[in-house]
Design a binder for this molecule. Structure first.
Ligand code: CP3
Length: 346
């Protein structure tokens, strides 16, 4: 059965414009908090296919989004390459031993060896594939990965960073090492995405959440070309699987965007009309409500109306311009989804 969300990714006519929200499975849902408690902690939840599948479906059932995004985290990839990972409450992710030199990189698993360790992700997808097929509705399943650059920032800094000074020091003083890291991660990610597709996802998204840390003239060299390499590897093998690229906050690079993929995710700092002007003919655009508008139903409705006006219900997927925050009232998220459907219904 053709799914509305997949059709929209290919720019086909759909009865309404589909919507989903980045980070839609998470802490703003009390049902998520209950399952996370049952799992013990966040990483245990990622490692438990049955529970991960359950939280993946929560926003579909509770909020009414048109696509489920696999519940996992981008950092399971470096974790399975051999980097010990902890999620400290209130502080976010921490790698015990960040990469400092070539020997640290060489000690990590690469290619098939690393991709084969992520079996719990593929098992989660298989459960979801079966559950979604059984429902017989039109909900799609999105698989995802972090972009090599975004993953590398954590692998080099060891944790989230405001300044990116350690990885940028490497960028300007030892670019060969940074490229070796990016290449090794790219090889793992290609196979990781391939295996997610083989396990049953309908669409894949590549998150480059920390794209804006790179100056525009260096963005292609250190991030975009690796994302395109992954996208083109997948499009050559699976032309029927849409690929979504989400490089966050890179308006200056937008006129130079190139590559074989289907959907460009627009973040909330980039005006939709500007993205449309440069990319609208070549790519379907996804986005881009400022996630904090979700605190107000009026502010949400205003934005949904204006996005609909800009995009005209064509070559568009509604989404937030980044992830939903944990203290957003669920009823406001439901309101957002209803408004997207209402304004775009044909
Ligand atoms: O609903 C979904 O979008 C699917 C699940 C998902 C998670 N992380 C679950 C998660 C997805 C797609 C991600 C991607 C992710 N993870 C990104 C890229 C997307 C983005 O938001 O830019 C990044 C940068 C990460 C790394 C990461 N994971 C950080 C920095 C943190 C801590 C900060 C935070 O939000 O708490 C996480 C933890 C994380 N990943 C949580 C969830 C639901 C919170 C963990 C918890 O339950 O306490």
């Amino acid at each position: 059965m053709s799914k509305i969300f997949v059709d929209a990714c290919f720019g086909k006519e759909t009865p309404y414009t589909p919507v989903w929200m980045m980070r839609q499975a998470g802490r703003y849902l009390k049902e998520y908090m209950e399952v996370r408690k049952q799992a013990g902690n966040f990483l245990n939840l990622c490692h438990n296919p049955k529970l991960a599948a359950e939280v993946t479906l929560q926003p579909v059932d509770i909020v009414g989004v048109d696509a489920a995004i696999l519940f996992s985290d981008i950092l399971v990839v470096p974790n399975e390459m051999g980097m010990k990972l902890d999620f400290l409450s209130g502080e976010g992710p921490v790698f015990e031993k960040p990469i400092k030199n070539q020997a640290d990189l060489d000690a990590l698993l690469g290619g098939e060896e690393a991709a084969n360790k992520l079996t719990y992700v593929y098992d989660t997808i298989k459960i979801l594939r079966e559950a979604l097929d059984k429902r017989g509705d039109e909900k799609a399943l999105i698989g995802f990965t972090g972009a090599p650059w975004t993953l590398a920032t954590y692998m080099i800094e060891g944790e989230g960073t405001k300044t990116y000074n350690i990885c940028k020091k490497m960028m300007y003083s030892n670019p060969e090492l940074l490229h070796s890291i990016l290449k090794k991660v790219t090889e793992v990610v290609k196979l990781y995405m391939q295996k997610q597709i083989e396990a049953g996802v309908d669409v894949v998204q590549i998150f480059d959440s920390w794209a804006a840390a790179i100056e525009p003239s260096k963005y292609d060299e250190f991030s975009w070309k690796y994302m395109v390499e992954i996208a083109e590897y997948l499009k050559a093998k699976y032309p029927h699987i849409p690929v979504i690229m989400f490089p966050k906050s890179i308006p200056a690079f937008i006129p130079q965007v190139y590559g074989n993929f289907d959907v460009f995710g627009v973040d909330w700092s980039t005006p939709m009309a500007y993205a449309k002007e440069h990319l609208g003919d070549r790519y379907v655009l996804q986005g881009n409500m400022e996630p904090c508008r979700l605190y107000s139903k009026e502010a949400t409705s205003f934005c949904v109306e204006s996005l609909q006006k800009t995009m005209g219900g064509k070559r568009h997927i509604f989404n937030l311009g980044h992830g939903i925050l944990p203290d957003v009232p669920v009823e406001n998220a439901i309101h957002f989804v209803k408004e997207c459907h209402r304004v775009s219904k044909k």
